[in-house]
Write a protein that binds this ligand. Sequence first.
Ligand code: LLP
Length: 866
Amino acid sequence: MRKKEGPVEVPWVVLKFGGTSVASLAAWRTIAREAAGRARDHRVLVVCSALAGVTDRLEHAVAAARSGDHGADLAAIRAAHAELAAAAGLDPAGPVLEPLRAVLDEAERLLQGVWLTGEAPPRLVARVLAAGELAATRLGVAVLAPLGVEARWLDARQLLESAPRPLDPDERRYLEAAVLPVQAPERLAAAAGDARVALTQGFIARTPDGDTCLLGRGGSDTSASLLAALAGAETLEIWTDVPGLFTADPREVPAARLIRSVGYREARELASLGAKVLHPPCLDPAARHRIPVTIRCTPHPEMAGTRIEGESEAQPAVTAVTCRRGGTLLSLATVTMWDTPGFLARFFAPFEELGISVDLIGTSEAAISVTLDSLPGGVEGRVFKRLLAGLEELGEVRVIHPCAVVSIVGRRIRATLGEIAPALTAFQERPVHLISNSAEDLNLSFVVDEDEGTPLVRRLHDLLFAARGDDPRLGPTWERLRGPPAPAPAAPWWERRRGELLALEADGRPRYVYDLATVRERARRLRERLPSVGRLYYSMKANPHPAILAALHAEGFGIECVSIQEVEAARERLGAGAPLLFTPNFCPVEEYAGAAARGAELTVDGPQLCQDAPALVRGRGVAVRLDPGWGAGHHEKVRTGGPGSKFGLPPEELGALRAAVEAAGGHVVGLHAHLGSGILEPAAWPALARLLASLAAAAGDGLEWIDLGGGLGVPERPGQPELDLDAVEAGLAPIAAALPGIELRLEPGRYVVAEAGVLLVPVTQVRRKSGTVFVGVATGMNSLIRPALYGAWHPIVNLSRHPAAPDLFAQVVGPICESGDVLGRDRWLATPATGDVLLIGNAGAYGHAMASSYNLRPPAEEVVLS
Ligand code: LLP
């Protein structure tokens, strides 16, 4: 009698390993360990891809075989297998590897046939490409044995049979076959016998006629899912070279977080919208049979990965931000569409005829827009031309290419709009061509110009996920998972002056240190690279240190001041000759009087001054600060344009204000506007310049200058591109040329001082609490409030140990009694000891200037290095 716990009763698990996960001995050790571990209480079916690169080589060999040139590809394929065999201590020529040699010999024979006949029909191509998986699994069985795992080799073609449709062309029948998911554990049991571990191929199946067919590129995941369904497996694990699905593409957004768990439909949506980890249709068989799927990382088996299962979908959730590039937006506008039944059918007819599939759709009564994800032959190709010709008969066609589809993915997205709303500020100033909410309510997608894709994803991700602290569905950030970063390429000034900085810190007190040479260098850079700007003003609010004011005055900068105290300080420090511009906001009228008395130019953004102190305006040229109607900048709190902002005069009120100024006996001498702070997009200033230039006539004949404000950003994180000053200049030059006699001005703050300053903070204690390491430092948000206020990111290094490699993942926190007192979240540091000095970079702008004595802790003092 059979015992109840006999092999047939034991549930299966299916483990699938992709190309890079089967290409090295280290990877096979992981396979052996995982298979052996699971085999204690399960039967294990291991599904393998071909060794990394082998399928591409085989494809190439097929093409090369027509001219008999497939030898090099085959030799490379044999070498890759031989190398792995040798690494595993196997003799590539020995009897154990006879089955492997047989597979490769067979592939060679088939390729010879292509050479002889000059033909490579799909049926034969399938057999050649199948050799990759067959070879990997033959070798795999041999590699596993000395690692302690006796695995039975199974031919996937015995397990999976395709279901071709009668009219399928051979390409589809043999190279892109579909297999219907069925549950038939007896089929697997019959093939596997009593083996506890079996090894089989992804990607391949058989046709009803018994020929070899393929499931299409990326089809190995689908094989694994079909095999899991067939086995009625308890779980399916897909092992790959990344730790799972992330809330954004980690290559673009290092702060992307691992998604710990997600529903099948969302995961499929993520895969089809750009996450490359999974082949989109692969989840369907597992989903249909309710088999949980886990994505695991072969190089890091200790990581839990992403679990995909039939989660409760009752709860709305935002899960990720994705981006697909290279798309095409096509719009048709027509008057005949109005109320014409069948118009949409006529619109779509040429798409069907030409085999072009449509992705997103937006319709109105007189227009329709669609996006095309993949276009046979591209936008220059014949197929697209024919499509356009067909559509032009119906109305006016507009094409935008290339565009990107940026999607917020989750479930019940329509119910998350309240949560998403603040993040939509990311779209300010970025033209959106189409918005679409998927019919299944799994995404909200925005079609934008292609080069807007990456900045938008970063911004949206930041706004949607930065504050999602303890969400149990989300794991650590990519930054944390990937380990310490490589050192930055360009050596900053503080590296050269490390000795001086550490000597300064001998007394263990926190300090801001400024390098005047860097300030001067940035000032010259702006002067030289922006020749269209007639005069530069330094916005002293960024850092009013007297030595910095003096250095910039010496570089020919005027000073922009926003309070009477700034005016007084600048005048006192720089003497009577320094040009000062007073640009206050909601300040008492007396401050204007004080500023005027000290020779500053005055900027107004409303009629108040003319009404309350017309004597100040009489005989004077005043400037008008305008609200351009939009803003820009690194954070919502620093964007200063738009109807909700307290700054500036709406352009339509310029005429009335000019009349008020003139009635008081003055005239308008300048137009001023400021978009915000920390802008890295070079088009921002030319766009503003165009607007102000268009208002020049309304300002009257006395107009002498146009000031485009400040806001020039510096990269925050490593890898972020610098502001392209040449692009700013290229945008401004034609505008300046069209405004003879009118001076263009800029008033940067951050750009000139941010990178010139560092904050040095001694470590007070290093403490681990519930798995989190906190590095405490002597000062916190009282010295540098930017991280707490804007979520700003400042680089942090352990200067005492520099350039030792970072090896500790920690939270850098100050002594202030607020949980927001974190100077650096999720940072890699060379492990510090108490007394080490940490350097916080990019701290020259809005650092000390915004410091306070909160908790009665004095902020870090300032030191200038000349
Ligand atoms: N002009 C005006 C009228 C301004 O309001 C500002 C900055 C500037 C020029 C200089 O902007 P910059 O070139 O430095 O970006 N505390 C924030 C920045 C606030 C900026 C306020 N206005 C931060 O730490 O990011």
